[in-house]
Design a protein around this ligand. Structure first.
Ligand SMILES: Cc1cc2nc3c(=O)[nH]c(=O)nc-3n(C[C@H](O)[C@H](O)[C@H](O)COP(=O)(O)OP(=O)(O)OC[C@H]3O[C@@H](n4cnc5c(N)ncnc54)[C@H](O)[C@@H]3O)c2cc1C
Length: 558
């Protein structure tokens, strides 16, 4: 990718075949598909790539065990189709982003034989639906094997577990890899480029957009023959900007996750909690050296400021602790995420947890705006395919075949599971650092590490006790359009997901590297660091977490 200022200069005032608005999974996936089909494409993201929902998911590449149950119980054909399609897309994501994704074993603990039968049958159906795209067959495991694989599990009345396969992925970096791959295929992409107004031709069709860079205040126009609205939870705002008579379609539901030290989980497998009070499921999944636990589901407005609250933490821990031998306490939480599901609904009456995770491509006849709404991360590629078909139709050309089915993403070139070992050897790295870099950057990790050869200080960790290194920040600015402290600490290095307090400590290092690379004044740097620290302090406060990390010894004493 180009640096932000270079990309902005290339795009401002230019004309494209198609302009995709929104740089989450849906928009970046659609932009890649359009560019690979030979359309001159531009992707505009108002904040950062993946700054919306797409970096706050449970990070599962799945059909959805709960959605299958809903489909069967409710005889819901739409839901059934989503599960089936997602199970087939699952294998493509694992193949196309091998360094960003991996198969994972999920353990469903059973405390009576009825549950063994019910879950066992349900998961056999899940296997059958996946067909050829199956990862491995689900199976029953006795009590001993269950406790060997998940030693933190509650022992009382445990009879065994049903084990099944799904995938896990790095959502924020996968999103970025889509945008990078699109640029490497000859397209243009820009973050911090918010669409604030629309221009129309004399027939009332959209002909251009006015874009604002919220960081600099600079405004410019972009023209295109077709516009795609891929703004996820915010889709109605753009639909109504294009056509004030458009009826709202989005139902937005908030979901949170908490991150805990992995030592509390002591397993490579994920735990599925099969039933919550509100009839959902909950996951506890290993994520780097953390355990990611979630999620919740509460209907909200898309304008809601998203923070993890004490009540949501209490809900998650209440369910998790029913399954653990040693209960987890809120003081042990290291960080969290909150996101919004962009669900699409015609009737607007069902609870959001009951809405199918289906997607819909809508053409607004008046303005010509194509909106892609709903869906889930796992189906982003299929959603993109349907959207680009609609774009080609709107352009009056024949529909060509999507080229994304087996298009390997940027960073996958020459990648094998042994890559992190080779990296460790070539650059004399510890295994943790090598694995972190390989999982975040794929084979581009070599480019990150080249920076440490030029400047050994960049091999230092960004924050004491955490794995990400300073060179990642410099690389992210030069090659991945990172422009703010949050861009680098949250979506590029993942440090903010590992540890809120650590991220707050890392703000000055990140601010100083950004300042040097982007030519910030001392005042701009000071303000950026202060604002970021304040944001993290607010997150800790909303979650009811202490200012400083409570030591394991202090927890044991209380
Ligand atoms: C808690 C939670 C857990 C989930 N877990 C999973 C999971 O495990 N697996 C799975 O498959 N799915 C999961 N999902 C669903 C999945 O994350 C979403 O379906 C997907 O990320 C939506 O992507 P999107 O691109 O449509 O929306 P977003 O990622 O929100 O992207 C929309 C983008 O549009 C931008 N934008 C808005 N307005 C403008 C404008 N005017 N100009 C320019 N840009 C604009 C925003 O800044 C944003 O980046 C989960 C969702 C949630 C909330």
């Amino acid at each position: 990718m180009l640096r932000h200022e270079e990309a902005e200069a290339r795009i401002a005032g230019k004309e494209f075949d198609v302009c995709i608005i929104g740089g989450g999974a849906t928009g970046a996936g659609t932009a890649l598909d359009a560019q690979l089909r030979g359309l001159k494409t531009v992707l505009l993201e108002g904040n950062d790539f993946a700054s919306g929902t797409s970096s706050t998911s449970t990070k599962l590449i799945h059909g959805g065990v709960r959605y299958l149950e809903q489909a069967v119980k409710g005889l819901d054909a739409a839901e059934y189709e989503v599960v089936k399609r997602a199970l087939h897309e699952r294998i493509r994501m694992l193949h196309n982003g091998p360094y960003l994704s991996r198969p994972m074993e999920f353990i469903v603990p059973c405390f009576d034989w009825l549950t063994v039968g019910y879950m066992g049958m349900g998961l056999k159906l899940y296997d059958w639906l996946a067909g050829e795209a199956r990862i491995f067959e689900s199976r029953f495991q006795n009590r001993e094997a269950t406790l060997r694989d998940l030693p933190s599990l509650k022992r009382d009345h445990l009879v065994g577990s049903v084990v099944y396969a799904d995938g896990q992925f790095d959502d924020g970096r996968f999103n970025l890899a889509l945008a990078k791959s699109m640029v490497e295929a000859g397209g243009d992409a820009l973050n911090h480029a918010r669409v604030v107004a629309l221009e129309r031709s004399s027939q009332g069709k959209l002909s251009g957009v006015e874009v604002e860079n919220p960081l600099s205040g600079k405004r410019f126009a972009v023209r295109a023959r077709v516009f795609v609205n891929a703004t996820g939870p915010w889709a109605d705002a753009l639909r109504q900007m294009a056509n004030p008579d458009a009826h709202p379609r989005m139902r937005v539901s908030k979901g949170i996750h908490i991150l805990l030290p992995l030592e509390l989980h002591r397993s490579k497998s994920a735990l599925l909690i099969p039933k919550t009070e509100d009839g959902r499921v909950l996951f506890a999944v290993p994520w780097f050296d953390r355990m990611l636990v979630g999620t919740t589901e509460t209907e909200v407005s898309p304008d809601e400021a998203l923070k993890v609250t004490r009540e949501e933490i209490a809900y998650v821990l209440r369910h998790l602790n029913q399954y653990l031998e040693t209960p987890v306490r809120p003081e042990q939480i290291l960080s969290g995420t909150a996101g919004m599901r962009p669900l699409v609904s015609a009737a607007g009456t069902r609870k959001t947890s009951k809405l199918a995770r289906d997607h819909e491509v809508e053409l607004d006849a008046k303005s010509g705006l194509i909106s892609i709404m709903g869906g889930k991360w796992t189906t982003y590629r299929a959603m993109a395919e349907d959207t680009v078909n609609a774009v080609q139709k709107q352009l009056g050309m024949g529909i060509s075949e999507a080229k994304t089915k087996d298009h390997r993403l940027a960073g996958s070139e020459g990648y094998t599971p042994e890559f992190s070992g080779r990296l460790a050897e070539a650059f004399s790295l510890g295994a943790n650092t090598a694995q972190h870099l390989a999982r975040k950057f794929g084979t581009r990790a070599e480019h990150v590490l080249e920076l440490t050869r030029q400047n050994p200080e960049l091999a230092e960790p960004i924050a004491a006790g955490l794995t990400p290194i300073r060179a990642e920040i410099v690389y992210a600015i030069r090659e991945e359009m990172a422009m703010t402290i949050e861009d680098v600490l949250s979506r590029r290095t993942g440090l903010q997901f590992l540890d809120w307090r650590g991220a707050r400590n890392a703000a000055s290092v990140a601010g100083s590297l950004l300042g040097k690379e982007l030519g910030w004044s001392a005042e701009t740097e000071r303000k950026a660091v202060a604002d970021y620290r304040e944001k993290i302090t607010d997150l800790l406060e909303a979650a009811g977490l202490p200012e400083t990390q409570v030591t394991p010894e202090a927890i044991a004493r209380n």
